[in-house]
Design a protein around this ligand. Structure first.
Ligand code: SDX
Length: 424
């Protein structure tokens, strides 16, 4: 393979080039500082690869997303979240036997230790479910400690994939003051999540198929997205050989941010704001273009997609389908569609290649399903969990994996002596 050449202070350095299976090209600077004394700078890591990975491929220019080589459009149409989770974590589609064993693990490890219920009691009703989720996941390490880096962690991965939905559902019940509903092994993953959220002890609750299918699709679409902020956080924490629960708890916190997974909640808040302002969506398009307004069109733009986010396309169609099947006419969906239509014709958005992302329509569907806005990012985390675990596992299995420790350029005070102003 050709080498890259760098000339610095009159000296020429040759740098190896790495080419991926989809012909992506990277200049390997692993030895750059040793050889030249210089480092690179890349604010926001927009041009920096942190690892080689075989899990997910994204082509932002062409709007391509594949999990282990399978196009997201095919998985969304024909697969289910449990099978996609297996594919991401173990690297291949499961056989019928493997899927049955995996499903058995996800059902028979879905209870949390009864002592953990006491932790919920300590949170005020107003606690954001993402804060509860992160705390609870971290506390799982107290019940399932990992002794050392080389232990077999496969059971803890299953435990976490089985228990996260229980913790999420319990945090929802806690926030509305209703009794917890325990997981049921006879329901699908998505039906069980909705049953734990919506069932009440006083009556029989049957999860409508339209809601079960909608949630399963949402979970598939959120399952992984290569080196996004929260997944890179999981890898960062995992690189210190901290345990799985600690790494995932950190990923949940990173996802919480409004620029990342918290955007789905902010999209709904934005649409409500526009509706309450006479649905004057053109005013907000202009605000998004005005640098002084600090207003962003939430659910728009992406670091990687400079074309349509394929997930947004699927979710836009799904939003129409779910609302129609539920007989809901949501004015917020009309506002979202108007925003999209106007923005995609506007030079500001075209020039910056800003398109709707996965968060733009997902909130409309969650809302139609009766999921409260503050649970939207929790649902994102539930979907992203297999992706986080897959990356954490891939990192652990990478021979010679080093701890993540970026460098910096210091721009602070030069050396000066300390002159005490008081006697010690
Ligand atoms: C997710 O990385 C992933 O893969 C994430 C994710 C996943 O599955 O894990 O896809 C999930 O997080 C989706 C993104 C959800 N966030 C939002 O919808 C929040 C709104 N979007 C923006 O904050 C922004 O687009 C980001 C955070 C998504 C991307 O930020 P970048 O890549 O740092 O881009 P930028 O802020 O440098 O923007 C480039 C230009 C700027 O204008 P100029 O300074 O060049 O004039 O585009 C403008 C920005 O001001 N811009 C926007 C905008 N997004 C970018 N202007 C108005 N509204 C927006 N939404």
């Amino acid at each position: 393979m050709e080498k890259a050449k760098l000339i610095l202070s009159g000296k020429e350095y040759e740098l190896p080039v790495i080419v991926g299976s989809e012909n992506e090209v990277a200049i390997d600077i692993t030895r750059l500082r040793n050889d030249s004394g210089a480092i690179t700078m890349d604010s926001g890591y927009g041009n920096t690869g942190s690892c080689e990975s075989a899990i997910t491929f994204i082509d932002g220019e062409k709007g391509i997303l594949r999990y282990r080589g399978y196009p997201i459009e095919e998985l969304a149409k024909k697969s289910n979240f449990v099978e996609v989770s297996y594919l991401l974590v173990y690297g291949h589609l499961p056989s019928k036997k493997e899927l049955a064993e995996f499903h058995y693990g996800l059902t028979h490890h879905s209870l949390i230790h009864e002592d953990m219920k006491k932790f919920f009691e300590g949170f005020p009703p107003s606690a954001h479910p993402m804060g509860i989720l992160s705390s609870m996941v971290s506390s799982l390490s107290a019940f399932y400690p990992e002794e050392g880096f080389d232990v077999d962690v496969s059971i803890n991965m299953i435990r976490l994939m089985a228990k996260l939905k229980t913790i999420a559902a319990f945090s929802y019940k806690k926030s509305i003051g209703q009794p917890y509903v325990y997981p049921r092994n006879d329901l699908s993953f998505s039906a069980d999540m909705l049953h734990m959220m919506y069932a009440v002890p006083s009556e029989q609750y049957e999860v409508p198929e339209v809601l079960e299918d909608a949630l399963d699709l949402l979970l598939i679409l959120h399952a992984d997205h290569e080196q996004n902020c929260s997944t890179s956080t999981v890898r960062m924490v995992g690189s210190s050989q901290a345990n799985l629960f600690a790494a995932i708890s950190a990923g949940i916190c990173a996802l919480w941010g409004p620029l990342h997974g918290g955007a789905n909640q902010e999209v709904l808040n934005m649409l409500e704001l526009i509706r309450n302002d006479g649905s004057n969506y053109k005013k907000y398009i202009e605000m998004a273009k005005d640098k002084n307004s600090n207003f962003k069109l939430m659910g728009f733009g992406h670091r990687v997609y400079k074309n349509f986010d394929p997930r947004a396309k699927i979710l836009k169609a799904q939003a129409d389908k779910v609302l129609k099947e539920l007989g809901i006419n949501d004015p917020l969906l009309d506002i979202a569609k108007n925003l999209e239509e106007v923005a995609l014709k506007d030079e500001f958005f075209i020039e910056r290649k800003l398109y709707p992302n996965v968060d733009f329509y997902s909130g409309i569907i969650y809302r139609a399903m009766g999921i409260p806005t503050n649970m939207f990012t929790v649902m994102f985390a539930l979907g992203r969990l297999p992706g986080w675990i897959a990356h954490w596992k891939e990192m652990r299995e990478t021979h010679g994996q080093r701890i993540y420790r970026p460098r910096q350029i210091y721009v602070g005070s030069k050396k000066h002596s300390y002159v005490p102003i008081t006697k010690r």
